[in-house]
Design a protein around this ligand. Structure first.
Ligand SMILES: [Zn+2]
Length: 246
């Protein structure tokens, strides 16, 4: 993958702000994600992973570039890395994502309920461009080219468990890692679904849709994940089934 090659070839020092050295290639500097006067942003210059001790902004070099509109492909070209064509995806317009996102931002009741019931706060809603579509929470799924290739639609109650999470339409539901940019982190936490992967915690999360072995063995997943430390996160539940009386 060209992006793996890019991340191995660049010096993070050239792209991250200067800061005070705190040891083992770790710096601390003023945070760019909030108005910071106390140098709250820690950056690991070996891995490119950053974390703000004040506003909890966190991510890696890919999320950084996405946030500050740095074109990774341009960087790769500058480094002389050839960008191979990837499989063609069906694309959903970003305008639609924007409209759904605005609908959620305008709906204070939903914003409050998401925070209270799921721990998904406003920062998370903005980070993932979450929205509302037909009374479901919409979660746009991006590919490595930052195109929207699916919108997962979540309904919390009132629906059949099998239909709790549905895809945008036919041809959009193939197995995807979410959020895709997190695959470049050293530590990856694998969890059950997009809703869990949305949690804003220091760990990064990659959602593996149903049949994780499919993505791990048959797709590029094995290339992405084999060099990473994986943490498996699962909620174990005892399913209570009623045995029908004969
Ligand atoms: Zn901050």
């Amino acid at each position: 993958m060209w992006i793996d090659e890019l991340l191995q070839s660049i010096n993070y020092k050239d792209y991250y702000p200067q800061g005070k050295n705190t040891g083992s290639n770790q710096i601390i500097t003023n945070c760019k994600f909030h108005e910071d006067t106390h140098a709250s942003l820690s950056i690991n210059l070996n891995t490119g992973v950053y974390f703000c001790h004040a506003c909890s902004a966190s991510g890696n070099f890919v999320t950084w570039c996405k946030y500050f509109n740095i074109d990774l492909k341009e960087l790769a070209e500058k480094q002389g890395i050839s960008i191979t064509k990837e499989k063609h995806d069906k694309i959903i317009s970003k305008e639609q994502v924007k409209e759904m996102h605005q609908a959620l931002l305008d709906n204070k009741a939903w914003v409050t309920a998401l925070d209270d019931n799921r721990g998904i706060n406003l920062q998370t809603i903005k980070r993932f461009n979450l929205g509302i579509y037909k009374n479901r929470l919409s979660i746009p799924i991006y590919n490595l080219d930052n195109q929207v290739v699916n919108i997962r639609l979540y309904a919390s109650k009132g629906v059949n468990a099998r239909l709790k999470m549905i895809s945008w339409g036919s041809g959009y539901g193939s197995a995807r890692l979410f959020p895709i940019e997190n695959i470049y982190s050293e530590e990856i936490m694998i969890c059950e679904g997009e809703m869990d992967a949305c949690w804003q915690i220091k760990w990064v999360t990659v959602q593996l849709p149903a049949q994780p072995e499919q993505i791990l063995l048959k797709r590029n997943g094995v290339i992405f994940l084999r060099t990473r430390k994986l943490i498996l996160f699962m909620i174990l539940m005892q399913e209570v089934r009623q045995v029908p009386k004969k």
